[in-house]
Design a protein. Structure first.
Lengths: 482, 250
């Protein structure tokens, strides 16, 4: 190990000699990935040594790994050497301390995207930690959260101000070598969000982060870590959109959730990255690892996602139910239109006694899209009395799309109860005609039918998000029927 | 109001309607009867604008407009209502929400403002009471888990709220017990008006005891083979359909 760390130091030194230092003040690193790049990212972010070591360990592991091919998705091989692994918006050397210090052009972009950051935050009482191409530009409501003892900041800030929490929890849910994309993320992640809710604290507001991808050819590698200490609870919202672009973009985020005794974490996502045009050109590759660990007794982690964007989605928000009586939930709406491909689902790993999980997945396919639900319910020998309920429904719109369901179950405890329900239906010509005959336009009718189909999931979203999700859905399925 | 001339239509390559002629004037109630497979439901669906049916011949004029040139939703907004034989379930879509959307679509087409939510609720409560429907209909999904009778009541409820000029009711009486039949009939009768017309598509004479038709037509082999007044329905009830049916042509 010590020889390893010497190597690390040698590397860090080396990159100085190779002149990476001159790049530190620049906006982005040139395309390519090697240990120098990993070290440069760490250096740019003034990270402590433990983190650099951690990144390099991940990178080395990643080099030994192969890109997974089991997902039901098709895309041209990604050239990982043709991606720039770091880009920051043009800004003064020092990070802005308030919105006033933020590049007005950046704020204008947010406005264009329909996110009046301060306005929305103030009106909705939502604290927004905005990630713009890898660097946090503004964090609001910090003070109010601070009073409650809640830490909500960019990942970089957390590394600077709370390194002990990072060191204790980072990679404990998704280890560096967990999978190809998680390993890559661990090596090169640039920024993300960090939440710590101290014992007994109920977070006083919904926490929200808007992720954006902007610079061309920049892989986006977010890292999110949320910890709810004993008896704490928090609801976190993540929403994404991206501007139009032609080139495929890689996005490989990692989200880790840790719930200690009696803690609750609710994580909601509305994902609307650029899906490519109607011919399948462009669009985001979204290869995300999201996992929560119910580490404590009676803890609960709930994932709710509305996935309408990306050319390819590869995402399985999962729960590891370690604590006794802990609960995992997964509510998902995945929409794939045109040439979009979605392979998404969840894993519920039951380890503790009397653990309970619920999976409700609603897949909607239109155009030439492929929509796959892939789920694993695993009940270990230790999980006596474990229970799972799974419901997977697919809705097909038009004759050229497809839906696939791969539910895996491994039950190693005879006292467990596992239920699975699945259905596939075509958006009824009958349903559509019924609405048309009542004078409702085809577009409104489709929206109505699809919303109805998704209702049980939308119900799980925070109110303002549910409205946004519904709007997104109608935009995503525009022209899918009629 | 409605003028059907020599209408022929087929579905999946099979000729179902073969030269239907029918004129319905405002204020009239017509009953279209006939054995199974005679084309009754097809006629209703073709008039409502279902795309699976291909019109191969003929014309239909509705209030002076070329009905066949209009899309299904345009026909509905122009005042044509089809009460479905098998009303479809739309899970998760609130029954009242659909009805409100329907009413607003119609109002919008007529250049009227959208209905006020409070007024709408008052209206629908009143109509529901008339149709003897329980308040739970307000919160349930469209036909979701409704019994056959509840679905038919819901169709008539929708009709009463939308106040169509021409209502085509496709076997709205089937599957109803006698009490439900009375309620449904009462609903249909309440819509009778010199400015409106009703076409009842039915297999049995039973409904016609409660909704007295002005004309009764027998559809057989895709065309109307006999027309008469209410007494024709009674005769059909007595004698069956055989005596009026067209001989099968090979």
């Amino acid at each position: 190990m010590s020889s390893k760390s010497q190597e690390v130091e040698a590397l860090v030194g080396q990159k100085y000699r190779h002149g990476f230092i001159t790049d530190i003040e620049s906006d982005s690193l040139p395309p390519g990935l090697d240990e120098d790049v990993v070290a440069a990212i760490s250096k740019k972010k003034h990270e402590p040594e433990f983190l650099l070591k951690w990144r390099l360990k991940a990178f080395r592991h990643w080099q030994t790994m192969k890109e997974p091919t089991w997902a039901h998705v098709h895309y041209k091989p990604i050239d990982y050497q043709d991606i720039s692994y770091y880009s920051a918006p043009r800004a003064p050397a020092n990070a802005p301390k308030s919105l006033d210090e933020v590049d007005p052009k950046l704020l204008a972009t947010y406005e264009k995207l329909g996110i009046p950051l301060h306005e929305r935050a103030r009106l909705a009482g939502v604290a927004v930690d905005a990630v713009f191409d890898s660097v946090s530009v503004a964090t609001t409501f910090k003070e109010k959260l601070g009073k409650a003892g809640v830490i909500f900041c960019s990942f970089s800030d957390a590394v600077r101000n709370h390194p002990e929490l990072i060191e204790r929890y980072l990679g404990t849910v998704v280890p560096t070598g967990d999978n190809f994309f998680a390993a890559l993320n661990s090596a090169v992640f640039s920024d993300g969000s960090f939440v710590y809710v101290p014992p007994g604290v109920r977070c006083p507001m919904e926490l929200s982060t808007y992720f954006r991808i902007n610079a061309a050819k920049t892989g986006q590698f977010e890292r999110t870590l949320i910890i709810a200490a004993e008896g704490a609870s928090v609801s976190y919202l993540e929403g994404c959109t991206a501007p139009m672009r032609d080139e495929n973009q890689l996005h490989a985020a990692v989200v880790e959730l840790v719930a200690l005794d009696d803690a609750q974490i609710k994580y909601s996502t509305v994902q609307n990255w650029y899906p490519g045009d109607e011919n399948g050109l462009g669009g985001i590759y979204n290869f995300v690892t999201k996992r929560g660990e119910c580490r404590g007794r009676n803890s609960k982690i709930s994932w709710t996602q509305v996935e309408t964007g990306s050319a390819i989605t590869w995402k399985y928000p999962s729960c590891v139910l370690k604590g006794e009586n802990s609960i995992g939930e997964f509510y998902s709406v995945a929409v794939a239109n045109n040439y979009q491909q979605a392979d998404t689902g969840t894993k519920m790993i039951h380890i503790g006694k009397n653990t309970k999980s619920t999976i409700v997945s609603k897949g909607i396919s239109a155009g030439h899209a492929e929509n796959t639900y892939r789920g694993l319910v695993k009940i270990l020998p230790s999980a006596s009395g474990a229970r799972n309920f799974t419901q997977c429904d697919s809705l097909l719109m038009g004759p050229k799309c497809a839906a696939h369901t791969f539910p895996y179950m491994e039950v190693k405890n005879p006292t467990a109860t596992v239920e699975h329900e699945a259905s596939t239906s075509k958006i009824g010509e009958d349903q559509l005609f019924y609405c048309l005959q009542r004078g409702i336009s085809a577009e409104d009718a489709v929206n109505m039918i699809v919303s109805g189909f998704c209702k049980v999931v939308f119900k799980e979203l925070p109110m303002e998000f549910a409205v946004e999700a519904q709007n997104l859905l109608s935009v995503s399925l525009e022209g899918a029927v009629g | 109001m409605l003028e059907i001339c020599d209408l022929a239509a087929r579905v999946a390559g099979k000729e179902i309607l073969n030269g239907v002629n029918l004129t319905v004037n405002a204020g009239e109630v017509h009953a279209i009867m006939g054995p199974n497979g005679s084309g009754k439901s097809t006629l209703a669906q073709v008039l409502a604008g279902r795309e699976d049916y291909e019109v191969t011949r003929g014309s239909v004029s509705f209030e002076g407009h070329d009905l066949l040139a209009m899309r299904a939703e345009e026909r509905a907004r122009a005042g044509l209502f089809l009460g479905f034989q098998y009303p479809v379930e739309i899970p998760g879509v609130n029954n009242v929400y659909l009805l409100k959307a329907a009413l607003n679509a119609k109002r919008k087409a007529a250049g009227e403002p959208e209905v006020d939510a409070y007024d709408f609720l008052a209206l629908i409560r009143q109509k529901m009471k008339f149709m003897q429907m329980s308040e739970t209909f307000l919160t349930r999904g469209v036909n979701e888990g409704f019994s056959g009778g509840e679905k038919k009541r819901n169709e008539v409820l929708q009709m009463l709220v939308l106040e169509p000029k021409l209502a085509i009711l496709d076997e709205t009486d089937s599957g109803l017990d006698i009490d439900a039949l009375k309620v449904v009939s009462q609903g249909v009768n309440s819509l009778r008006d010199p400015a409106r017309a009703v076409v009842l598509v039915t297999h049995y004479q039973r409904l016609l005891d409660y909704v007295i038709p002005d004309y009764v037509h027998v559809l057989s082999g895709g065309r109307i083979v006999k027309s008469g007044d209410k007494s024709l329905a009674q005769e059909l009830e007595r004698r069956g359909y055989d005596w009026v049916m067209e001989p099968k042509v090979a």
